[in-house]
Design a protein around this ligand. Structure first.
Ligand code: RB5
Length: 142
């Protein structure tokens, strides 16, 4: 199960992401927001990060205007590795190397076409399980 969260700045892109997930029969839980009315991104960043950290959801996608505020918020939660990505290479690499469990994007930065390619790469790329990457991830939590 994928956890979704966005603020008003991220909402237009989140609608596109949801369409993509539904077209590809990917299950999700949407933590909001549900419109372009102004809200505070930490609420949604914390909700999604909490669900992933608790094991309720396996991965998450967070979107705000830049992706910055919402990714900073998510990364404050223990066990969360939230990667702000604006390109497909980074989305693939952060799964392989960092075992990132949340993808963040900026709706005012990244166009929908590219964003959906980023989502696909993030969801379809497995963690490498290489010893050196496991060691480095463990060091993050130390
Ligand atoms: C909202 O205007 C905007 O500040 C927010 O979406 C995000 O970009 C914050 O980092």
């Amino acid at each position: 199960m994928l956890a979704l969260g966005c603020d008003h700045g991220g909402y237009p892109l989140m609608k596109e992401v949801i369409q993509y997930l539904e077209a590809n029969h990917i299950a999700y839980k949407n933590f909001g927001t549900y419109s372009e009315d102004s809200v505070d991104y930490p609420i949604y960043g914390k909700a999604v990060a909490g669900a992933v950290a608790a094991g309720e959801c396996e991965k998450g996608i967070l979107i705000c205007g830049t992706g910055i505020g919402i990714s900073i918020t998510a990364n404050k939660v223990k066990g969360i590795r939230c990667a702000l990505c604006g390109d497909v290479f980074s989305a693939k690499a952060t799964r392989e190397h960092n075992d990132a469990n949340i993808l963040a994007m900026g709706a005012r930065v990244t166009g929908a076409g590219l964003a959906l390619e980023i989502v696909k790469a993030f969801l379809e790329t497995p963690f490498s399980n290489d010893e050196r990457h496991i060691r480095r991830i463990n060091q993050i939590e130390d």
